[in-house]
Design a protein around this ligand. Structure first.
Ligand SMILES: *Cc1c(COP(=O)(O)O)cnc(C)c1O
Ligand code: SF4
Length: 342
């Protein structure tokens, strides 16, 4: 198996803990002060981190944290998970549900905005809390609490024969154990008009141990066409362990796509995004979307101007194969598809 490595990786990769993915979830850092101290940040960061974490808690698996540079508050991976006081500033135009998820709910936990595909909030749980997440204020508690409460959602899908594709999202659907997922997939399979199953997940990036044999088997066994969409924003997220996990999915015959969010101080430069695309295609993962930031409360400091995004895409086109340039898109509530920006 070809594993992508580079000098940069060998510095950052370190050793992957041999924890099971569930143990890695359990042992993830949830205390903002612990996160600051692990990375030896100046003490002034601890106050802001504690205040902002009261709004949206910290969650960062230790193997993800191990890829960050100690002593560097601007580390691009750290910026994605460290609560900072800028989150507490009110920013005009920033709201609780920027993409109109709630208005598009067909039943609690089932969102449909586009023709032929519907999105299930499989769980509220994630393997990492991304500070810019557009669902950071989503009322997960009002939907199904677990896959066992999925009956109304399944009935809604079954009642609409135009739905051919179901997206499992959340939260992160791969925080559900393999038995639960396989159970859910079987129930979806029973819906005759459903053809495709798409899993949107960050688990293979932040806890690559999650790509278990049982998971791959259930994705292969189903008669539904399965696809996996991962979410990586910066090349340093893809060390050799992550690359190997991604390749295992591809080798199981399941297409893997990546989406990123354009984030200030994380990946708002062409060089970084070119490197990310190169790493992705070298493990046979196709760059899919580069999302313009959704204006959710607390995320204003991550916004990059659309003109800057367009210039980055233009430069990527001069350096990469056409298939390695992601589609730069923005979501607008009420649209019938994501809106292309470049
Ligand atoms: C983004 C999104 C999709 C997927 O859109 P694609 O363009 O097919 O990737 C589907 N449903 C909802 C509600 C979405 O937000
Ligand atoms: S993993 Fe996805 S759903 Fe979870 S916090 Fe990050 S962006 Fe949001």
């Amino acid at each position: 198996m070809a594993i992508v490595t580079s000098d940069h990786d060998s510095v950052r990769a370190g050793k992957l803990s041999t924890l099971s993915w569930q143990k890695a979830l359990k042992e993830a850092i949830r205390d903002p002060v612990e996160l600051c101290r692990t990375l030896q940040l100046p003490a002034k960061f601890e106050i802001g981190a504690e205040q902002a974490a009261a709004e949206f808690p910290v969650f960062a698996p230790k193997d993800f944290v191990a890829k960050m540079e100690v002593g560097n508050p601007s580390d691009p991976l750290l910026r994605q998970v460290l609560p900072v006081d800028e989150e507490l500033l009110l920013a005009p135009g920033y709201v609780s549900d920027p993409v109109g998820d709630l208005a598009a709910q067909k039943t609690p936990g089932l969102i449909q905005k586009y023709h032929g595909r519907a999105l299930a909030i499989t769980t509220g749980r994630c393997a990492v809390h991304c500070r810019y997440c557009f669902r950071r204020e989503y009322p997960y508690a009002e939907g199904p609490r677990s896959h066992r409460e999925f009956a109304p959602l399944l009935q809604t899908i079954a009642a609409d024969s135009t739905i051919e594709e179901i997206l499992l999202s959340g939260g992160d659907p791969l925080t559900v154990v393999d038995e639960g997922l396989s159970d859910l997939i079987q129930q979806l399979e029973n819906i005759e008009h459903l053809r495709r199953l798409r899993i949107h997940t960050r688990l293979p990036i932040v806890i690559p141990q999650r790509v278990t044999d049982a998971l791959l088997e259930s994705l292969q066994r189903t008669q539904l066409v399965s696809l996996v969409v991962v979410h990586a924003n910066h090349p340093a997220e893809i060390d050799c362990h992550v690359a190997a996990a991604l390749q295992r999915i591809v080798e199981a015959g399941i297409p893997v796509l990546n989406q990123s969010v354009l984030l200030r101080g994380v990946n708002d430069c062409a060089k970084t995004l070119i490197k990310l695309s190169e790493k992705l295609i070298n493990c046979r993962v196709m760059p899919y979307y580069l999302n313009q930031l959704d204006r959710v409360n607390g995320a204003a400091h991550f916004e990059v101007k659309v003109d800057v995004g367009k210039a980055i895409i233009a430069e990527m086109r001069t350096r990469l194969p056409g298939y390695a340039v992601p589609r730069y898109v923005q979501e607008h509530a009420g649209d019938q598809h994501k809106r292309p920006l470049a």
